[in-house]
Design a protein around this ligand. Structure first.
Ligand code: FMN
Ligand code: SF4
Length: 533
C-alpha cells in the first residue's frame, strides 16, 4: 500500500563543476547513437515538458517557437518536444499532430531548433493518446444530470427507509418512485451515506469527476482502441518525419492510454490485457505501425514507467520484462519515468479535473525536496539501471535514458560511468537554466542557475497555465518578496519536515535576490533570460 511516508526537507547538495578539460572528456558530453543512423552529439537530454503555449486549436504559436528555441540555445544532445496529441479532437492548448494542417507549424518549430542549436540538438516529439476525463461536478449537477439511475439505487433508498423505521410498504415506494424523487433523495444524502449507496465507479465520478479506463470495454470506442491506435500513432509518426523531426517518442508513461495498457491494472480479456504478454501487445503493435510508417533512419523511441507506484499497478519486475520485450521488438530507446497516475490523485475542487501528479505516484514522477529520507536527487535511477541491465543481459544494445531529480555534473557522469543509463535527462534543472549543459561543458558550471526542486513550475502545469520557473519569470524589486507559487500547488512544507544535508539558512544567509528584467509589456517573463557566454 502506497502512502505518504515521513517527509523531510532536503537541502540542495553542493555541486562540484568540472573544468573545460574534464567536461571535454566526460561521457555525458560524448556522442550517443540512437537507432540506425541518428547520433546525438552528447548524452545530455531534455525530456518532454508541456508548457501550455499551443493555441486552443493545438497549433504551434510564436510562444511555442520561443520556448523550444530557448532550450535549443543550450544545445542539449536531445530535446524532446512536449506530449502532442495524435487525434484531431479539441484538447485545449496542447500541441496536436492529428492532421496534416499541424505540419507547417511543427516544421517551423524544427527549423527554429535547428537554427538555435546550430544543428547540434537532435529533436524528437512525444506523441500521446489519452482517454476522457471530466471535471469534478457540483453535487446537485451530478445527481440531477450525470448519475445513471439503477435499481440498486432505489433498493438502497428503500433499505435506508426501513432502517429508519418505515414499514416495508412505506419503504418500497422508492422502488417505483419517479426518477426526480430518487435523484433528490440521493442528493440529500451525506458523503458517508453515499459511500454505501453508489458503486465504486459512481463514487469516483462524484468525488473526482468521471474518468474513462482502458478496461471500459462496454464503451465501443474503448473496446476499439487496439484497432484504432496503431493507425493514429503511425500517422502521427509519419507527420513528425515530414515536419523534419529526427524521431518520435511514443508516450507509454504516466496516466495516459498506452501506460494504462501496459499496467497490471489492465484486466482486458480481449487479448490486450491480463498477462504481461497481453498488456504489451498493443504497445508493440503501435510501435510496429509507427516504425513501418517512417524511414528506417527515423528514430522511434518509447517513454514508459519503471514503476507505476500505485496499488495493483506495475512494479520494477514488470517494467524490466516490458522493457526487454520492447527492446527485442526494436524500439530505438527506452526513456524511463516513474508514477504520475490518476489512481492516487488528490480530489480536485468542484469544476476542476483530477491531475495525475498530486498523489504519491505524482510525487515520485517529479520529486521535490519535500520527500522521504532518500531525497529527490537521482531517485529514479535504480529503475533505469535495472531495466538497462536486463536489456543488456538479453544481448540488446537499446539505449536507456534516466531522469528524475538530476541536477549536477557529478551525478549525471556517475550514472553513465556506472553503466546505469546511456543518456541522462533533466527536465526541471533545464527549465531553471536552459544553458546549463553549455555552461558545464565550457567549464563555467559555477554560473548554473540551479533548480530548487519545489515545483512552482509543476503547479502552473497543473492549472494549465503557461509554465515558467520561479527563478526567472518576474521582477523582484529591492526589498520585494519573491513571487509565491500558486497556493494550491506549491510543494507544501509539512509540519514535521526536517532538513537533511545542511542546516537551515538564517535570513542573513539567504542569497541576494537577483533582478530579472521584465518583458517590455510588463507581463510575466515566459522564457529564461539569455546568457552571454
Ligand atoms: C512542467 C512539466 C511538464 C511535463 N510534461 C511532461 C510531458 O509532456 N511528457 C512527459 O513524459 N513528462 C513530462 N514531465 C515530466 C518530466 O519529463 C520529467 O520526467 C520529470 O519532471 C522528472 O524529471 P526532473 O526531475 O528532471 O524534472 C513534465 C514535467 C514538468 C515539470
Ligand atoms: S520552478 Fe522551481 S522546480 Fe521548477 S524549474 Fe524552477 S526552480 Fe526548479
Amino acid at each position: 500500500m502506497y502512502g505518504q511516508p515521513h517527509r523531510f526537507k532536503h537541502a540542495l547538495p553542493a555541486a562540484r563543476w568540472p573544468s573545460v578539460e574534464e567536461a571535454g572528456a566526460a561521457l555525458w558530453f560524448s556522442p550517443l547513437r540512437l537507432g540506425r543512423s541518428c547520433t546525438a552529439r552528447a548524452r545530455t537530454w531534455v525530456p518532454a515538458m508541456v508548457p501550455w503555449r499551443a493555441s486552443d486549436d493545438g497549433l504551434v504559436t510564436p510562444e511555442v517557437l520561443d520556448w523550444y528555441e530557448r532550450f535549443a540555445e543550450g544545445k542539449p544532445g536531445v530535446l524532446v518536444v512536449e506530449a502532442t496529441g495524435i487525434r484531431d479532437v479539441p484538447s485545449g492548448p496542447l500541441l496536436r499532430i492529428g492532421h496534416d494542417r499541424f505540419v507547417p507549424g511543427l516544421r517551423a518549430l524544427v527549423e527554429r531548433v535547428r537554427r538555435a542549436s546550430g544543428g547540434e540538438t537532435r529533436l524528437f516529439i512525444q506523441v500521446i493518446d489519452f482517454l476522457a476525463i471530466k471535471r469534478r461536478p457540483a453535487k446537485d449537477k451530478f445527481f440531477e444530470r450525470f448519475l445513471a439511475l439503477r435499481d440498486e439505487h432505489r433498493r438502497a433508498l428503500a433499505a435506508r427507509a426501513r432502517a429508519a423505521g418505515e414499514t416495508d410498504r412505506q419503504a418500497e415506494r422508492w422502488l417505483a418512485a419517479p426518477d426526480a424523487d430518487v435523484r433528490a433523495a440521493l442528493a440529500a444524502l451525506d458523503d458517508d451515506a453515499l459511500a454505501g449507496v453508489l458503486d465504486a465507479r459512481e463514487l469516483e465520478s462524484y468525488r473526482m469527476g468521471y474518468r474513462e479506463r482502458v478496461t471500459d470495454v462496454h464503451l465501443p470506442h474503448v473496446r476499439a482502441l487496439p484497432e484504432v491506435l496503431p493507425g493514429l500513432f503511425a500517422a502521427a509518426a509519419a507527420r513528425a518525419e515530414v515536419a523534419g523531426f529526427d524521431g518520435v517518442e511514443l508516450h507509454y508513461a504516466h496516466a495516459y492510454t498506452m501506460a494504462s495498457f501496459l499496467s497490471a491494472l489492465n484486466t482486458r480479456a480481449d487479448g490486450y490485457g491480463g498477462t504481461r504478454e497481453g498488456r504489451v501487445r498493443l504497445p508493440l503493435e503501435v510501435y510496429r505501425a509507427a516504425r513501418a510508417a517512417v524511414g528506417a533512419d527515423f528514430v522511434v523511441g518509447v517513454r514508459y514507467l519503471g514503476d507505476d507506484v500505485i496499488d495493483g499497478g506495475n512494479h520494477l519486475d514488470d517494467a524490466v520484462w516490458l522493457g526487454v520485450a520492447m527492446a527485442r521488438a526494436g524500439v530505438d530507446y527506452l526513456s524511463v519515468s516513474k508514477g504520475g497516475k490518476f489512481e492516487d490523485a488528490k480530489q480536485p475542487k468542484v469544476g476542476e479535473a483530477a491531475y495525475p501528479y498530486t498523489g504519491p505516484s505524482g510525487h515520485e514522477c517529479m520529486p521535490t525536496i519535500y520527500i522521504d529520507a532518500r531525497g529527490p536527487f537521482g531517485r529514479n535511477v535504480p529503475l533505469a539501471a535495472a531495466i538497462r541491465a536486463a536489456v543488456r543481459a538479453a544481448g540488446l544494445e537499446t539505449p536507456v535514458v534516466a531522469s528524475g531529480g538530476i541536477m549536477d555534473f557529478d551525478q549525471a557522469e556517475g550514472i553513465l560511468r556506472r553503466g546505469e543509463a546511456d543518456a541522462v535527462a533533466a527536465a526541471r534543472q533545464t527549465l531553471a537554466d536552459p544553458d546549463w549543459f553549455e555552461k558545464v561543458r565550457l567549464g563555467r558550471g559555477a554560473e548554473v542557475r540551479r533548480c530548487k526542486f519545489t515545483n512552482y513550475c509543476e503547479g502552473l502545469d497543473q492549472k494549465h497555465k503557461q509554465v515558467t520557473c520561479q527563478q526567472w519569470d518576474r521582477v523582484f524589486d529591492a526589498g520585494e518578496q519573491p513571487a509565491e507559487a500558486p497556493a494550491a500547488t506549491r510543494a507544501e512544507e509539512p509540519a514535521e519536515a526536517s532538513v537533511v544535508g545542511a542546516a537551515p539558512r538564517t535570513a542573513a544567509e539567504q542569497p541576494p535576490q537577483r533582478r530579472v528584467p521584465m518583458s517590455n509589456d510588463g507581463k510575466r517573463r515566459l522564457i529564461a533570460p539569455r546568457w552571454n557566454p
